[in-house]
Write a protein that binds this ligand. Structure first.
Ligand SMILES: [Ca+2]
Ligand SMILES: [Ca+2]
Ligand SMILES: [Ca+2]
Ligand SMILES: [Ca+2]
Ligand SMILES: [Zn+2]
Length: 388
């Protein structure tokens, strides 16, 4: 049983009735209806820890070894394996199928970013091999796919998804998932990783601070920091104690080197990197308002994802990434600039780590729909890019 299911069962919304006398109400200056029910959410959502995730993946792999593999693509400073789950049929072969890369937790305090991927992996392995079934037992089969819409108008949303979609995604794509890029940061609840810094440029003999913002450490157009220091928040990114410290060199960190080595040896068409928060979808370029060569495809994919999760799609020319407040060193810029991978940032939720179990469950389920859409779209993007 999934941790999410367990947690949902443990959550009881207690309606506390207050039996106060009329006199007491008048003294307090509030009406009886104001105080009749106070809803107390008994148990805040418990996100996966690194070791719980590790155990879960080993269990799932045991039970679904025909469609799931698990490897470590590298080790963190504190010695944790960076786990990569692959979902596909013919699991041991490198097939000629489009590759999809889904990542979470570049920033360790952004907990929904790994939770959505752990949930997705569970959903996929548990539904693979099932014929389309009537999940809600209403006599109709798979009538309400995961798209945030009540397709059959019965008041429930996404209650009867298509099992065949799961099978098609696993049979026709190679899905690579790295839910915790920064497990040390997850355990420390830290934006940065936990490796020591030896001065801002790595030239000191003693440790001066800890941690690099991994999503500033990818080596694409790295030198622009120095050419246009004012444009790229040079101090925030270059000083080692800053929350946005980019590291002493491009790919100076174990985690970003692991992602780089993995990506360089695999064929990948589309990538989503989950973060929180702000309910926004970004795509390259992130350091300049110059349009990306494939901007039309980025917009088309982005708009389709936005229809599912209702997040705002931010285009390169928008004020969030203007010319003088650009971001260098993101995974998206490097994946797209270096490897031509259509890569998006997905900023989940309205806060770093919501504690309401219903909110976490909804965001996880909704992004099963987003991830399935990405798998389906990956079958045509190579042709789409060639056509430009
Ligand atoms: Ca049904
Ligand atoms: Ca179904
Ligand atoms: Ca429905
Ligand atoms: Ca639906
Ligand atoms: Zn982030």
């Amino acid at each position: 049983m999934s941790k999410l299911t367990l947690t949902m069962k443990g959550t009881i919304c207690m309606a506390v009735c207050l039996f106060l006398s009329t006199t007491a109400f008048s003294v307090l200056g509030v009406s009886q209806s104001d105080l009749q029910y106070i809803s107390v959410n008994a148990a805040p959502y418990e996100y996966f820890t690194y070791s719980e995730m590790t155990d879960l993946f080993h269990d799932l792999k045991e039970n679904h070894s025909d469609i799931m593999s698990l490897i470590s693509i590298g080790r963190t400073y504190e010695g944790r394996d960076i786990w990569m789950v692959k979902l596909s049929d013919n699991i041991d072969e490198d097939e000629d199928e489009p590759g999809v890369l889904l990542m979470g937790a570049h920033h360790g305090n952004e907990k929904p970013s790994f939770e959505v991927l752990i949930f997705f992996i569970q959903h996929m392995v548990e539904n693979y091999g099932k014929e389309n079934i009537d999940d809600d037992r209403d006599g109709q089969i798979s009538e309400d796919p995961i798209d945030g819409i009540d397709n059959d108008g019965d008041g429930l949303v996404d209650e009867d998804p298509s099992e065949n979609r799961v099978r098609n995604a696993i049979d026709n794509t190679q899905i690579f998932l790295i839910p915790m890029v920064n497990p040390d940061g997850v355990e420390a609840n830290s934006r940065k990783n936990c490796a020591p810094n030896y001065g801002s440029f790595g030239l000191r003999k003693r440790i001066t601070s800890y941690g690099v913002n991994l999503n500033r450490n990818y080596g694409y157009d790295w030198h622009l920091y120095c050419v246009f220091p004012m444009k790229y928040h040079f101090l925030l990114n270059a000083l080692d104690f800053s929350f946005n410290y980019r590291g002493s060199d491009p790919f100076s960190e174990n985690e970003t080197r692991a992602i780089k080595n993995f990506v360089m040896s695999h064929n990948i068409s589309i990538s989503l990197s989950y973060h929180s928060y702000s309910e926004i979808i970004f795509y390259p370029w992130m350091h300049t308002s110059k349009p990306a060569p494939d901007e039309d495809i980025f917009i088309s994919i982005g708009e389709n994802m936005s229809q599912i999760n209702k997040y705002r799609l931010i285009t390169g020319g928008n004020y969030i990434i203007p010319r003088y407040w650009g971001t260098l060193g993101t995974s998206e810029n490097w994946l797209y600039g270096e490897r031509g991978i259509l890569s998006f940032t997905m900023e989940l939720c309205k806060e770093f780590a919501p504690s309401d179990p219903d909110i976490v469950h909804d965001v996880c389920l909704l992004h099963v729909g987003v991830n399935l859409y990405i798998c389906e779209r990956s079958s045509t993007v190579e042709e789409e890019m060639l056509a430009i």
